[in-house]
Design a protein. Structure first.
Length: 285
């Protein structure tokens, strides 16, 4: 009978590759995909918490008003340098007003009734044309993502967009009012102060709602179609109030209805408050 070899000469039944200690060392050296994802999620949550802490430490003026002013200056500088939106809006509104003036041949009384509605209808379509690129331009170089990571209030981003769109629309209205007065033979200069108040309140509502829905629809595929579909139903009450207040200014004698003016002011305050409360969610991808 052949004797067994010594214990030191016997072949090992467990190779080094399958040894439990070796496996634990390899697992520690090469973390799994789930571990990597957990580390990445923790890093992202830590960066988000740090951003919130930075916002909490800084005063409100440095996280809202000052960044909003800087972003507004950037928006104005960019637009007045290219003049893309202003030129397109002015040409569109001018074509609509001229077309309506040649299509209808109303009397003076009918002009006072129909012209304000035509003016606000043209401004609505021009506003939807101008408000659409508000956030699509920020997607070129991921500018919006960088702004969301900055230690500023989310409402500061929206407030700068709303103020910029308001300035653009008011500037277009200022240039178009003399043409509107000449085409429809309406005494604009006699009621310029009260008309300016109505235009400001109505345009503020249009800029607020249009900017909010531009932020919502900027991530959608059919954003060119989605913005007018969302904007028109919600702007209907403000358009009716603006048109009715403008009609009263061209009556004889001219009068500014406090009911419609209060309604427009309440409309603007309500939507600005909603934008301030839910601004952070509106900018999420």
């Amino acid at each position: 009978m052949t004797p067994l070899p010594p214990a030191t000469d016997r072949p090992s039944t467990h190779s080094a590759a399958t040894h439990p200690a070796t496996l634990s060392v390899r697992e520690a050296a090469m973390p799994s995909a789930a571990t990597a994802e957990q580390v990445g999620a923790r890093a992202l949550s830590a960066s988000g918490i740090q951003v919130l802490r930075n916002r909490a430490r800084q005063p409100r003026t440095s996280t809202m008003f000052r960044p909003a002013a800087v972003l507004l200056a950037k928006e104005l500088r960019t637009e007045f340098r290219t003049r893309e939106l202003l030129a397109t809006t002015l040409v569109f509104v001018l074509m609509v007003l001229v077309l309506f003036s040649f299509t209808f041949d109303p009397t003076a009384a009918e002009t006072r009734r129909f012209a304000p509605g035509l003016l606000w209808l043209a401004l609505l379509f021009a506003g939807s044309l101008m408000l659409h690129p508000s956030f699509t331009r920020e997607q070129t170089n991921d500018t919006l993502a960088a702004l969301r990571l900055a230690p500023i209030e989310p409402f500061a981003i929206l407030a700068s967009k709303i103020a910029a769109n308001l300035c653009f629309l008011l500037f277009a209205e200022l240039l178009l009012l003399p043409i509107f007065s000449a085409l429809y033979n309406l005494p604009v200069l006699a009621v310029i102060g009260r008309l300016g108040l109505v235009l400001f309140l109505g345009t503020l509502g249009l800029a607020t709602i249009g900017t909010v829905f531009s932020a919502i629809s900027s991530q959608a595929r059919m954003r060119e179609l989605l913005l007018p579909l969302l904007l028109l139903p919600l702007m209907a009450p403000a358009l009716i109030a603006s048109a009715e207040a403008t009609v009263g200014l061209f009556e004889n004698p001219a009068s500014l209805s406090p009911v419609w003016t209060t309604f427009l002011a309440s409309f603007d305050i309500m939507f600005l408050t909603v934008t301030w409360l839910f601004g952070e969610y509106l900018l999420e991808e």
